[in-house]
Design a protein around this ligand. Structure first.
Ligand code: ARG
Length: 464
């Protein structure tokens, strides 16, 4: 029979469907680089503890370098018969350097091998995600800083609520993504231990130096427990939840943008770079990228749910079910990249149309709260009664097809039942925003303070 690397005790080859179900090379070839890196660390450790000779190590290093080059050049032939990336690398190494290649797997199992590979893969993905996320934060911060004087509109229940500054609106998303950055650092922490040296589950039958491989591969330390080391997938769960939560934030932002980009709202205009046309309706300029990012939330949440379901009730330690984890992982890593780059691109090609916003603030009686608060402050009227007067004013304006800022003193006095007039400029959105008080509010001073906090967060993130 064909010599499977584990063929020793077998007399018959696996069925075709067994081979098809077993293989993971069709997707785990993505691990080739980290697999070779971990193998090099393992081989160096084997040499330094005297399990293999310096000459063995030299051959293995040369051979692995060639395997790496072949894969990068697209010259490696991948075959389901060799199951996975680990077998491919080892068997090609043995073809190149001969029997010494067969020593590489000493004191190691595919269980700790695949575990160390995925740890390294996740850590690399996190490093890239971190860079992309910081750039997204920088883009949002720059937009917020450049739009401190622009008027924007705040909604609750998707009903016009109150004026805010555009900075304030943008910073609301800045802080969501800032929390994603903090969370990402935690996810990275959860992948800080090295599984290498755990072997199948109980540790190696050789004097392996797990500290050495951990250090060479950039881990903080080896896993404290070899069974936990090969069974644990918590760092992947964390990563999936991170991606899912990131996409929840992206999807909410994209939803705002999709709505605001409609003819009906017209608050933003998306540029050609992030829109696409319709094959039948020539007038269309669709926000497909924002829609796709919104839609991908379902996909990455699916990957999270898939891993949760896979892990549920798995007995210790390694079970082949775990091979499937990489299907979900690779996909979510790719989606996270697109989500971060796509969101940034949308923000680089968006125009904010303040005029439309101002018009809707007025049409939507967005200063009704200001009227109530004016009556409380200036007329010493209890808030509930003031609320009723402001409500009556809205009804009056609606019935008379006019707007609050157009009511004259007569109208106000009739509505209130007492002499009432408002100071000049009271009804501008700027005046409304200026009346807001307290840290974290949309008051321009508070927003300046907030921009400072955001800037500090960003520079700390750039240093970390
Ligand atoms: N390709 C496998 C995986 O991803 C490698 C581990 C195989 N281990 C085993 N005991 N059969 O999980």
């Amino acid at each position: 029979m064909a010599d499977k690397l584990w063929h020793g005790r077998f007399e018959a080859p696996p069925s075709k469907i067994t081979e098809e179900i077993s293989e993971s090379i069709s997707y785990d070839n993505a691990l080739y680089k980290v697999d070779i890196r971990a193998s090099l660390a393992h081989a160096r450790m084997l040499q330094s503890v005297g399990v293999i000779t310096s000459e063995d190590l030299r051959q293995i290093e040369t051979g692995l370098a060639q395997v790496l080059a072949e894969i990068e050049a697209g010259k490696m032939h991948f075959s389901a018969a060799l199951e996975d990336i680990h077998m491919h690398v080892e068997s090609r190494l043995t073809e190149i350097i001969g029997d010494t290649g067969k020593k590489l797997h000493t004191g190691r199992s595919r269980n700790d091998q695949v575990a160390v590979d995925t740890h390294l893969f996740v850590r690399e993905a996190i490093a890239e995600n971190r860079r992309d996320l910081v750039e997204l934060l920088q883009t949002l911060f720059d937009l917020a800083q450049g739009n401190a004087d622009k008027i924007w509109i705040g909604y609750t229940h998707l009903q016009i609520a109150q004026p805010v500054s555009l900075s304030h609106y943008l910073l609301a998303y800045f802080w969501q993504f800032a929390r994603d950055l903090e969370f990402l650092d935690f996810v990275r922490q959860s992948a800080r231990f090295s599984p290498l040296g755990a072997a199948a589950l109980g540790g190696a039958n050789y004097p392996v130096d797990r500290q050495q491989t951990a250090t060479e591969l950039g881990f903080a330390a080896p896993y404290a427990n070899s069974m936990d080391a090969v069974a644990n997938r918590d760092y992947q769960l964390n990563y999936h939840f991170w991606v899912t939560r990131l996409f929840l934030h992206i999807s909410r932002f994209c939803e705002d943008i999709i709505i605001y980009n409609t003819t009906e709202f017209g608050y933003v205009t998306l540029g050609d770079a992030v829109t696409t046309g319709s094959s039948i309706m020539p007038q269309k300029k669709n926000p497909d990228i924002a829609e796709l990012l919104r839609g991908k939330t379902g996909r990455v949440n699916g990957n999270l749910q898939a891993l949760i379901t896979n892990l549920k009730g798995l007995p210790l330690t390694y079970n082949r079910d775990l091979q499937e984890d990489k299907v979900y992982l690779f996909d979510s890593v790719a989606q996270a990249r697109q989500g971060l780059l796509g969101m940034k691109e949308i923000l680089r090609h968006i125009r904010f149309n303040e005029e439309r916003v101002r018009d809707n603030l007025s049409r939507g009686f967005a200063l009704a709260t200001d009227i109530a608060d004016f009556l409380v402050r200036e007329k010493k009227i209890p808030f509930r009664d003031a609320h009723a007067v402001a409500g009556a004013a809205v009804k009056f304006a609606e019935d008379n097809k006019t707007r609050l800022e157009n009511l004259d003193n007569d109208a106000w006095s009739r509505i209130a039942g007492f002499a009432l007039e408002f100071p000049a400029g009271f009804f501008t959105p700027e005046a409304s925003i200026g009346r807001r008080q307290g840290e974290g509010s949309t008051n321009p001073d508070a927003v300046r303070q907030q921009l400072k906090l955001a800037g500090n967060f960003l520079s700390a993130s750039l240093q970390a």
